[in-house]
Write a protein that binds this ligand. Structure first.
Ligand SMILES: [Zn+2]
Ligand SMILES: [Zn+2]
Length: 186
């Protein structure tokens, strides 16, 4: 176990949220364009607390993505002020809570705070864990030459090279195979 369970869940959800951006992945489609997209996202990555499910909330959700994306590609020392700003802007106030069969964990926002604020603060709290456990090299962008999807490497030995979104590992292996084959026939 690299991180405690709720940190890992938060990081997976945060990476998935960033990966809805149209500038990542191989097809440039925005996967958080509609309320239906948002509903699908929260079915896969559930969050507790209040949901408005209106245009203002969707717009605000879309708007936190570039800010979160900025954490990937930042050095650890560059990320520190970004994370602190997220905690400050979200008026983070860490409290121990227990609900829904999860063990004791921290919520740093009220459940009535706006959903995008809760997500931003929860992501920031998870990145706090990465930074203070000295695991920043696990904050990665996909190695495939045609993909800039983000992920956190949760593998034991820290050897994960490709994102979870597409089929990047297989695609790169096939490409390398084809290049080798082409080299042989030349
Ligand atoms: Zn919770
Ligand atoms: Zn990829």
């Amino acid at each position: 176990m690299v991180f405690i369970h709720d940190t890992e869940l938060s990081l997976r959800a945060t990476a998935a949220l960033v990966n809805t951006l149209p500038t990542v992945g191989v097809d440039d489609v925005d996967r958080l364009a509609t309320q239906a997209d948002a509903d699908a996202f929260f079915t896969e990555y559930p969050y507790t607390g209040a949901f408005d499910r209106d245009d203002a909330e969707l717009t605000a959700l879309r708007a936190i993505r570039p800010r979160l994306r900025g954490l990937w590609g930042a050095s650890r020392d560059e990320a520190v002020p970004l994370v602190n700003a997220m905690l400050r802007d979200g008026h983070a106030l860490p409290q121990l809570v227990i609900h829904d069969g999860y063990g004791w964990h921290i919520h740093a926002t009220e459940s009535a705070a706006p959903l995008p604020t809760r997500m931003l603060v929860e992501a920031a709290m998870a990145f706090v864990d990465i930074i203070r456990s000295d695991q920043w090299d696990r904050v990665r962008v996909c190695d495939a030459d045609d993909c800039d999807a983000v992920y956190i490497d949760f593998s034991k030995n820290g050897s994960k090279r490709y994102c979870d979104t597409g089929n990047c590992g297989n695609r790169m292996n096939v490409n390398a195979y084809r290049r080798r084959k082409a080299g042989e026939t030349d």
